[in-house]
Design a binder for this molecule. Structure first.
Ligand code: FA5
Length: 326
């Protein structure tokens, strides 16, 4: 084979290659492992005499190096040309940006509103001691009210004696009292767990907002003002109406159920009442000197009412079509 002819042919083909595809064709034609003409020549070396090898070897090698280098350079050039032909005025592909989950938004809004009324934001453990979840809240072991909260018990061992996944955020009331001197006002947003079947309004884990305000003469009238102000801001409705219905929770006396009139309908939001003297004592507070109110609302319930969500299970469905709507 005439290597000089091969070189000329290859260089002519290279000059004509005007796209990456054509360049690749040329590379395969001469350097391809299976059908490359130069590759075939190099492979035939083993059948050549020593003299032939000495004569053609260096020329063939040089040709291969030159071709590889030329192809690389041409590739660079073509790439630059291709970039040069991109129309930068065409609108770009829209990038999906993340968004804050609607429950997180409700959580943040609730904290902001109470913060503006001088409430602190407290936290407590989700795996709670039995004494805080029940006993200190005036629900001893044999009290029928324990059945109001179906509980996830954590198996007893040395470290987890008498622990439950908290059934409500109320245990944080006692924890907070033990660590703070009155007067004070706090909210505690957080997760609660109940061993019950889920449906459109119930989940096994959900969020509550606990509230507690203790002072010398704090009464349900103060609670009515605070909670109406909260609803006014949260639902962005100045004419919001709130009513209390008598109810029973062992840790308040009297106890009430709070309803709010929104979109023309009365809807239940949660429980509240004046903190029971027994609970104040458990928190190290003298009930002869101090008094106050506590409340516990469902966070999902607030979101369901405000945004018209038809099923509580949608919040955790992870369905983008749901999340995108807010
Ligand atoms: C309580 O949990 C009391 N700790 C509230 C309280 C606090 C009363 C302080 C008095 C003083 P209740 O079990 O009703 O109460 O729950 C309060 C709210 O949590 C309910 O109105 C509801 O909105 C929400 N909730 C309760 N169970 C579930 C559930 N399984 N799924 C979703 N939300 C729930």
């Amino acid at each position: 084979m005439n290597l000089e002819n091969l070189r000329q042919k290859a260089y002519e083909d290279l000059k004509k290659a005007s796209s990456m595809e054509e360049l690749e064709e040329v590379r395969l034609k001469y350097l391809g492992r299976k059908q490359g003409e130069l590759t075939a020549f190099l492979r035939s070396f083993k059948d050549m005499s020593e003299d032939e090898k000495r004569e053609y070897g260096p020329i063939a090698q040089r040709l291969r190096n030159d071709l590889e280098q030329e192809i690389d350079e041409r590739e660079e050039l073509l790439k630059k040309q291709e970039i040069g032909t991109i129309d930068l005025s065409i609108p770009g592909v829209k990038i999906e940006s993340g968004r804050i989950h609607i429950l997180s938004k409700v959580y943040n809004d609730v904290c902001d509103i109470f913060h503006s009324m001088n409430f602190s934001v407290a936290e407590g453990p989700e795996l709670e001691e039995e004494k805080y979840n029940f006993d200190a809240l005036n629900i001893p072991a044999n009290h029928p009210a324990r059945e109001m909260w179906d509980t996830f018990w954590v198996k007893n061992d040395k470290n987890t004696e008498g622990r439950v996944m908290r059934t409500h955020t109320s245990p944080v009331q006692v924890r907070y009292m033990l660590e703070h001197k009155p007067p004070f006002q706090m909210i505690c947003p957080g997760r609660a767990y109940r061993y019950e079947a889920s449906d459109a309004t119930h989940e096994t884990d959900f969020n509550q907002i606990e509230g507690l305000m203790i002072g010398k003469d704090i009464s349900l009238a103060n609670f009515k003002f605070v909670i109406e102000e909260f609803f006014r801001q949260f639902f962005k409705d100045d004419k919001i109406e709130v009513k209390f219905r008598a109810s029973y929770f062992p840790f308040v006396e009297p106890g009430v159920e709070v309803d709010v009139k929104i979109w023309g309908k009365w809807l239940e939001i949660g429980g509240a009442g004046m903190v029971h003297p027994y609970v104040l004592k458990q928190g190290g507070i003298d009930p002869a000197k101090w008094q106050g109110f506590a409340f516990g609302f469902g966070m999902e319930r607030l979101a369901i009412i405000k945004y018209g969500v038809p099923d509580i299970r949608l919040f955790k469905s992870g369905d983008e079509r749901f999340n995108k709507q807010f």
